[in-house]
Design a protein around this ligand. Sequence first.
Ligand code: SF4
Length: 313
Amino acid sequence: MLQKQVRSILNRHKQRDGWFLTDYSVNPYEGCSCNCLYCYIRGSKYGANMDEGLVMKSNALEILEKQLHARAKKGQYGFVAVGSATDAYMHHEEKWKLTQAMLKLLLKYRFPIFISTKTALISRDVDLLKQIDETAILPADLKTSLGRGVILSTSVSSMEPEITKMLEPRAAPPTERLKILSQLKQQGFLTGVNAIPILPFISDTQEQLEKIIAATKQSGADYVLVGGLTLFGQQPADSKTLYFNFLKRYDPNLIRKYEALYGTNSFPPKHYVAKLNSRAKALCAKYDIRISILSQHGQIPERNTAGTQNKLF
Ligand code: SF4
C-alpha cells in the first residue's frame, strides 16, 4: 500500500452532521478496498479498482495526537466519525491496525465516536470501544439526549446478496453485517443501520424497504437512517458510470427509468426523496424503531453536509 504524510487529519465540520451527530471526522486511509460502485469518493484519483490506489497516512497518529490535544485543551469535544471517506475496518486494517491506534488516542483524549462499517473486523476492538463509550466527554447538548460516547452502525443498500455482491464486492454480505451489529448490541452498544443508499426501483419498493427495516429491528438496532442514492461524474471511474454499468448487467430495462429520474443530476429529485421518506417513516412506526439516532418516530433530520467529509455510505 502507498503511504503519505499529512499535515492535518482531524477535520472539523462547519456544522454538526444532522444525521450522524458528528462534529469531526478522521480517515486513517485514502480510498477504500470495499470498492462499492456507488461510493461518492470515487473518481480518477482512485481508479475503478480502489484497492490499487489505496494510501495509508503514515504520520496519522502523531498529527492526530497534536490535534486532539489542542481541541481537548479548549474543551471542543464532539463526535468524531472514524472513517467518513473510507471504511475504517476494510481488510487492510487487519494488518496495519491504524484505526485501532487512532481509537486509543481518541480514548486518551476522551472524544466520543461514530463508526459505520461493512466488515466484521470491528469486533476486534470491542474492549477499546467499550472504554470510549464509558469515558468520552460529550458536547453539552448531547449529554442528556444521548448520554454515551459510541455510536456503531453498518450500511445496507439491499438485503439481496446477489445485488450487494455486484455493488459492494469486498464488503460482508448484508446478513453478516447485521449479525455483527446484533452482537455489538448484545455487548451493550448503541447501534443503528444506515439504509443508505436505497436503490431506486431495486430496494426502494415497499417490499424491499420493509425487508431492510424488519431485519434492522430483528438485529436489535436502536435506529435506522434511510437515504437515497447519489451518483457523480461521467468519467470511467466515477460512481455514475460504474453504477450504470451495473444496471446494464443487472437489469438493462432500468436504465431508461434512472435516466428519467436523475437526468444530468447527481441527486434524485425532491418528490422522489419525499416519497422514500414517507415510506420509511411508516415502516419505522410499524416496526417501532427510531428513524434517527435521537428521536422516536420523529422528524427525519435535515442533513447539512456543508463542510463535512461524510460519505453517504
Ligand atoms: S461506500 Fe463506504 S464501504 Fe463502500 S467503498 Fe465507499 S467508503 Fe468504502
